[in-house]
Design a binder for this molecule. Structure first.
Ligand code: GDP
Ligand code: MG
Length: 163
């Protein structure tokens, strides 16, 4: 079985866009509205002989388990158990939010290795957020633009040693 890498992050940071970019097909639903991805979606990513299964998740919502967002959060946590690594995606244009910090705190307590992905890093607008994301304590961020296809080889390079 291929290593499994799960995409984690708050709504609207570009998880599904990254999934689509990595898998190369429009399998994940992308929308401007937060929380549009209701199910986990899986697909295979390949670059230069390296191959792994990517799992797209619903956004992390700070809600109780009786609500749909709460259940989506639980689904994220459960699916992390089968993962060999996680890509934690932040929005470099928006900068770090309290919810990013909460997710980072939770991820630091998990066994699974984490690659920090600063998405929307195309152009100058993402620079501050990229540097700010060092404060999450998850190591060096990989700046990518899922939408424009930038930084994807760097992302594979960061995953290579840990999966
Ligand atoms: P998700 O909720 O985390 O799955 O986020 P989506 O993939 O649905 O994307 C949310 C929004 O961010 C959409 O409007 C995307 O077009 C936009 N987006 C995704 N990736 C990028 C990127 O690399 N750069 C910019 N500027 N926008 C992006
Ligand atoms: Mg999504």
């Amino acid at each position: 079985m291929k290593p499994q890498v799960i995409i984690i992050g708050r709504p609207n940071v570009g998880k599904s866009t990254l999934f689509n970019r990595l898998v190369g097909k429009k399998l994940a639903l992308v929308d401007d509205q937060p929380g549009v991805t209701r199910d986990r979606r899986m697909g295979d990513a390949e670059l230069a002989g390296m191959s792994f299964t990517v799992v797209d998740t619903a956004g992390w919502e700070d809600e109780d388990p009786d609500t749909l967002p709460g259940r989506m959060r639980m689904q994220t946590e459960v699916s992390l158990e089968g993962a060999d690594a996680a890509m934690f995606v932040i929005d470099a244009r928006a900068g770090i939010t309290p919810l990013d910090e909460e997710i980072a705190r939770w991820l630091r307590e998990q066994e699974v290795p984490v690659v920090l992905v600063a998405n929307k890093a195309e152009g100058k607008a993402g620079e501050a957020g990229l540097y700010e994301s060092y404060s999450l304590g998850l190591g060096e961020p990989i700046g990518v633009s899922a939408e424009h296809g930038e930084g994807i080889a760097d992302l594979f390079g960061a995953l290579w040693p840990i999966i």
